[in-house]
Design a protein around this ligand. Structure first.
Ligand code: SAH
Length: 248
């Protein structure tokens, strides 16, 4: 059982409010049960429930170890907003499972909906649920929607920016990833159902992004988001088996 908490100080943590209710009532935990607390500081804290009252659950911390669910690569995905809100939900849930640190909705030329269709509270809940379920140590963020041009201004801040372009006929994702060394921060940019305009691909390239093909089939926007994030994680060695490093 994983619970996201605020900063942990000392060897006991008192949960109240929603986290107490979740642990004590929804999960029906008992004194003596093990629990993992995630204060989002890069570590997981394993503890034992010591006391449960009507409004508080006290946990005694037993062990601290580096969060295994967090990749070394910091991947931010810029996704052009798809038409249907279910697709946004799906993208956000799956990218959370894949270890993305931030998701940034963008409005590009062929996006047919406005920023209003991005329901930030709902997406934050989806992120938290998915992060708990898959064992992340940090809940990723869905940032407030920005324009394609504003996105371009941010691209220089990454070690590598990858622009998935359906009309790219020569450069493969693999060739770009294999020729990049010591990368820590990566941006991945994916279009909506309408794809990207040629002038958008050239502008992103001017700002340092590498336009790549994801193969000879055209993927739907939601598939492209997931496939690109998965391929980046795999190729940059994030699908290794990690072992627990205690006492950090
Ligand atoms: N309507 C467009 C396809 C858009 S697919 C067309 O018919 O051409 C949605 C987005 O997924 C694209 O903008 C791109 O970012 C990504 N994508 C899908 N398939 C791709 C491929 N084979 N190579 C690169 N990017 C792809």
């Amino acid at each position: 059982m994983r619970i996201f908490t605020s900063k942990i100080k000392g060897e006991r943590v008192v949960l109240d409010g929603d986290s107490h209710r979740h642990v004590a009532y929804a999960l029906r935990s008992k004194v003596g049960d093990r629990i993992t607390l995630c204060p989002q500081d890069g570590c997981d804290y394993s503890g034992v429930i010591e006391k449960i009252t009507s409004d508080k659950t006290t946990v005694k911390i037993v062990e601290k170890f580096r969060s295994l669910g967090e990749p070394n690569i910091e991947l931010t995905v810029y996704f052009a907003i798809p038409h249907k809100s279910e697709k946004i939900d799906l993208i956000v849930q799956k990218l959370t499972e894949l270890g993305v640190v931030r998701m940034q909705p963008i409005v590009s030329k062929f996006v047919q909906v406005g920023a209003k269709s991005v329901k930030e509270d709902r997406l934050a809940r989806i992120c938290e649920e998915a992060a708990k379920q898959c064992g992340r140590g940090v809940i990723p963020k869905v940032s407030t929607t920005i324009s394609f041009d504003d996105m371009c201004e941010e691209l220089g801040g990454y070690d590598l920016a990858i622009f998935a372009y359906e009309n790219e006929k020569t450069v493969s994702l693999k060739s770009v990833l294999r020729s990049s060394r010591s990368i820590k921060t990566v941006a991945a940019i994916v279009g909506s159902e309408g794809g990207f305009a040629p002038e958008e691909a050239s502008k992103a390239a001017e700002f340092g992004a590498r336009c790549v093909s994801l193969g000879s089939r055209i993927l739907r926007a939601e598939t492209a988001n997931m496939a690109l994030a998965a391929a980046i994680m795999y190729e940059l060695d994030e699908w290794q088996i990690k072992s627990e490093e205690k006492g950090v």
